[in-house]
Ligand binder design. Structure first.
Ligand SMILES: Cc1ncc(COP(=O)(O)O)c(C=O)c1O
Length: 362
């Protein structure tokens, strides 16, 4: 089937670009000491996760309880839950999956650790965890100076075992240029390694030093002492990663297919893909909703996906659109767009190959 026969909007994954992105990231870690543990939240799609594992990933990273449950159901036995399991449902899931073996969770405070410790001890289970450290992103994570004290407090509780340290160096995306981004990634890796060393000196066995992001995948993991990288977005890449210099537009594998539904005003084409197809993630920062490319995936110069309402997108252009025309939109943030959809069509250029379910959405 040709994608011109699809109803729009539709989510498309270009399999050749996907395979190339997966192979390129796998190659950059092959032969190094650093294990690759891709973040599953970018695709939430087993066809993608399976390809990442086949390419040599040691296991997968999850953010939500639903992702843990979904990947476990697919038989993935080495999972990192890179989020703090707070609340009764998440605590119960963490204990149950840890009981089966192969789950490591993330903690950054004794307050979050207490209910997990109680549940684990009651079940006679030990839950392995990584201590999250703030290396600049200032989201989760203890400050580096407080890491030893936090580790002492958490490991004094029963039912928990410290395996290592983790950071998400997301702040490096705010760097002024690629050179300073690389420097910021290296600095984040160095901060995390130093915390791991301080914990070892304090008597804690630290086997895992885990960094993770797509823009940082060329810097942070290659600091001596880092053992694991958790990039996610790289599988699809997106317009943000193009702006950050992580990739080029011709490598972006995820697009939303849309049709022009109205051309009432000069210089504007209204398409049937808006915020509910793209997600509103990072629109303000990027100054556009995504990047328009033609049905074969080739960029359309002079066309700006400038605004979006729920089911309507505004393409600003210098002429040439007619009702019924097809466009593809590269999202700013692939992970946010994925979460809007229940399935994607796998395509090769304009040929539709298969329909892939997207799982573990809210
Ligand atoms: C904890 C954690 N690890 C890894 C990643 C992957 O980063 P990226 O999406 O830049 O590949 C994320 C993304 O937000 C994250 O939150």
């Amino acid at each position: 089937m040709d994608l011109r026969e699809l109803d729009t909007p539709a989510l498309l994954v270009d399999v050749d670009r996907l395979d190339r992105n997966i192979a390129a990231m796998a190659k950059s870690f092959a032969g190094s000491e650093v294990a690759l543990r891709p973040h599953a939240k970018t695709s939430k799609c087993w066809e993608v996760a399976r390809r990442q594992l086949d390419a040599g990933a040691v296991g997968m990273t999850c953010s939500t309880a639903a992702e843990v449950t979904w990947l476990r159901a697919h038989g993935v036995t080495d999972l990192l839950w890179a989020n703090v399991p707070v609340g009764p449902g998440k605590v119960a899931l963490a204990v149950e999956v840890a009981r089966q073996g192969g789950l490591t969770v993330t903690l950054d405070s004794v307050e979050a650790a207490r209910p997990l410790s109680t549940a684990a001890a009651e079940a006679g289970v030990t839950v392995p965890f990584l201590l999250e450290v703030n290396t600049g992103h200032a989201r989760l994570g203890v400050e580096p100076d407080h890491a030893v004290a936090a580790a002492e407090a958490i490991t004094a509780l029963p039912g928990l075992r410290l395996r290592g340290v983790l950071t998400h160096e997301g702040h490096i995306a705010a760097s002024a240029d690629r050179t300073s981004l690389e420097e910021a990634g290296t600095a984040a890796g160095e901060r995390l390694v130093a915390v791991g060393e301080a914990l070892r000196l304090a008597g804690h066995p630290i086997d895992v030093v885990s960094v993770g992001s797509t823009p940082g995948a060329t810097s942070a993991p290659f600091v001596a002492g880092v053992t694991e990288a958790r990039p996610g977005t790289y599988a699809y890449h997106d317009a943000n990663q193009v702006r950050l210099g992580s990739t080029t537009i011709d490598r972006c594998a995820l697009t939303v297919l849309a049709r022009v539904v109205s051309v009432q005003r000069d210089g504007r084409a209204i398409i049937d893909a808006g915020v509910k197809a793209m997600s509103s993630d990072t629109i303000a920062v990027a100054g556009s909703v995504g990047v328009a490319v033609d049905p074969a995936g080739v960029p359309l110069p002079g066309v700006t996906f400038a605004e979006a309402n729920e089911e309507h997108g505004f393409l600003f252009h210098s002429g040439g659109f007619a009702v019924g025309d097809l466009v593809r939109l590269v999202p700013n943030h692939a992970c946010g767009t994925t979460n809007m959809w229940s399935h994607a069509y796998a395509v090769r250029r304009t040929e539709v190959l298969a329909e892939w379910p997207i799982a573990a959405r809210y």
